[in-house]
Write a protein that binds this ligand. Structure first.
Ligand code: GUN
Ligand code: FE
Length: 446
C-alpha cells in the first residue's frame, strides 16, 4: 500500500503543546503517521494526495464507556432512575438478546459511533453471546476494548444472571479467544457489571484472571446512583470505591464509569491507585443520577475521560453531546471558566487514550501514532460554525454535531466518507435492527 498525504485546512494535533497547524500536511505510511510538515516539504511526494482545503483534521475521538448491546433499545427506557431503568427495561431487554439481535445492536452502535468520529472505545457487552460483539469489532477494523457483562446475582431481575462458575469460565474463554486479536487492535475489558450484580468471589477472581491477559482492563460501574450506593453500603458495610479497594480491584487498569457519589476518602483512593474515571454526563443527567465533580477530579489529577454509556440512557452515542454536557453542567456550579473547551476536547481524545493505556498509539496527531483521524467541515453554509478563527475547540465542543463529520479513517483507511459509513449498508442495518427489536418487544410482552 502506497503512502498517503492529507492536506487539510488545519491540523488540531492535541500534542502536549496543543499545536494547531496551518499549511501543514500529514503523511501516512502503513497505517501510521509518518511525517507532519509544511506542505511545501512534500513537493516530491508521489503517493496518493488527499486535499481537503476546507476541512479541519483532528485525532479520532475515544469513548471509555459504551454499551453496544443496548443500541436497539434507544427510546424504550425513558424517564426512569437507574434501578427502575434496569429492572423494568434494560435487564428484560438484554436477557432477550439472541445472537442475531446482539449483532444488529452492535452494528447500529458501531455505525453511530464511527459516523460521529469515534474511532476507539471501551464497550461493556451483555451477559451472553459476547463473541458476536468481538466479531463485529474485528470486521469493522476498529480499535476497541470489550468484554461480556458479568452477573452472578440479580435481585432486581433474577432471570438475568448465570452462575459464578459459568461467568468465570465463559469470560476466560472469550478473553482467550479475543484478547489481542486484529493485530492487537481488539483487547479484552473484563466487565463485572456493578457490585449489585456480582458476588465478591466473581469480582476477586476476575481481577486475578486479568494477570493472564496483559494490557486488559477491568471495567465496571461505580457510585452512579444514591440508592445503588446505599444498597452497596448495606451489602458490604462500605462505600462503593472503598469496597473495591478492600478487595484489591483498584489500579491503573481499572475504569470506573460514573463515579458521581464519592466521599473524600474514595477520592483519595481513586487518586492513590491511578484509577480511570469514565464520565458520562448526559446519561447522568437523563437518569437523574447526579453531577460528578469533574473539575475537582481533574484538579486532583485523577484520570477523566468521556463515554456516552448506552443508547437508552442519554439517548445518543454522540461524543458531541458528551463534550457539550461535560462543559455546560459544571458552569452553574463552578462558574463559566470551569471545563473550558480545550480541557473537554482533550478528555474526548488524548485523555481517553491515556485511560486505556494506548496513548502511544492514538489520541493525538503525532508521528508514530496510528492514523485514526477525523476530518470536519466547520464551514458548512447552513451551519457555519467557524469563520476562520483558530478557536476550533470552541466550535467542536460547543457547536458541532455529527453532521460536521465528513471523513473518518482508522489506520489511514477511510471508513466514513462524506458522513456515510463505508463499513455497513446503513439501510440494511436499520431494517434488521427494526426486525430484531420487534422480536424482542413481542417476546417481552408475552
Ligand atoms: N449500572 C449497572 N448496569 C448499568 C447499565 O447498563 N447502565 C448504566 N448507566 N448503569 C448501570
Ligand atoms: Fe453504563
Amino acid at each position: 500500500m502506497g503512502n498517503k498525504l492529507i492536506i487539510p485546512n488545519r491540523i488540531v494535533t492535541v500534542d502536549p503543546d496543543n499545536k494547531i497547524l496551518r499549511n501543514y500536511a500529514v503523511e501516512i505510511a502503513c497505517g501510521k503517521i509518518q511525517k507532519i510538515a509544511p506542505v511545501n516539504e512534500f513537493e516530491k511526494f508521489d503517493g496518493e494526495i488527499l486535499r481537503y482545503p476546507n476541512y479541519t483534521l483532528i485525532p479520532g475521538f475515544i469513548q471509555t464507556h459504551i454499551h453496544l448491546c443496548q443500541t436497539l433499545f434507544r427510546g424504550f427506557a425513558d424517564d426512569l432512575e437507574l434501578l427502575d431503568w434496569l429492572q423494568k427495561r434494560i435487564f428484560p431487554f438484554e436477557n432477550s438478546h439472541t445472537k442475531n439481535s446482539l449483532r444488529a445492536s452492535a452494528r447500529l452502535g458501531i455505525n453511530d459511533l464511527i459516523t460521529g468520529g469515534t474511532t476507539t472505545f471501551l464497550d461493556m457487552g451483555t451477559l451472553r453471546h459476547q463473541e458476536i460483539i468481538f466479531e463485529e469489532l474485528i470486521s469493522s477494523g476498529l480499535r476497541a476494548f470489550a468484554g461480556n457483562c458479568m452477573m452472578d446475582q440479580n435481585e432486581l431481575y433474577p432471570a438475568f444472571r448465570e452462575t459464578t462458575d459459568w461467568n468465570l469460565k465463559s469470560t476466560y474463554d472469550w478473553a482467550k479467544s479475543f484478547h489481542g486479536t486484529n493485530d492487537g487492535k481488539v483487547k479484552f475489558g473484563f466487565a463485572p457489571r456493578f457490585v449489585l450484580s456480582c458476588s465478591e468471589k466473581l469480582l476477586i477472581e476476575t481481577k486475578e484472571m486479568m494477570k493472564d491477559f496483559p494490557g486488559s482492563l477491568f471495567h465496571t460501574h461505580s457510585s452512579e446512583n444514591k440508592t445503588e450506593v446505599e444498597t452497596v453500603r448495606k451489602m458490604t458495610g462500605k462505600e462503593n470505591v472503598e469496597y473495591f479497594d478492600s478487595i484489591g480491584i483498584l489500579d491503573s487498569h481499572t475504569v470506573l464509569a460514573h463515579c458521581i457519589h464519592l466521599n473524600e476518602t474514595e477520592l483519595k483512593t481513586l487518586k492513590k491507585n491511578s484509577v480511570r474515571v469514565s464520565h458520562c454526563p448526559s446519561s447522568n443527567l437523563k437518569l437523574g443520577s447526579g453531577i460528578a465533580d469533574i473539575p475537582r477530579y481533574i484538579k486532583e489529577k485523577i484520570s477523566v475521560s468521556l463515554g456516552a454509556d448506552g443508547a437508552p440512557c442519554n439517548n445518543s452515542l454522540s461524543v458531541f453531546s458528551e463534550m457539550r454536557h461535560a462543559a455546560l453542567i459544571q458552569k452553574p456550579i463552578h462558574g463559566p471558566t470551569a471545563m473550558d473547551s480545550l480541557t473537554v476536547f482533550r478528555l474526548a481524545t488524548i485523555e481517553g487514550a491515556k485511560a486505556l493505556h494506548i496513548e502511544n498509539q492514538v489520541g493525538s496527531i503525532e508521528v508514530g501514532k496510528n492514523a485514526d483521524l477525523v476530518l470536519f467541515d466547520l464551514e458548512k453554509a447552513d451551519q457555519p460554525l467557524m469563520l476562520d478563527n483558530d478557536n476550533v475547540y470552541s466550535s467542536i465542543v460547543y457547536s458541532a454535531s455529527k453532521e460536521n463529520v465528513k471523513i473518518v479513517m482508522t489506520d489511514g483507511n477511510i471508513i466514513v466518507n462524506d458522513g456515510r459509513s463505508l463499513i455497513y449498508d446503513e439501510k440494511e442495518i436499520v431494517e434488521t435492527g427494526k426486525k430484531e427489536l420487534n422480536r424482542i418487544l413481542k417476546q417481552i410482552a408475552n
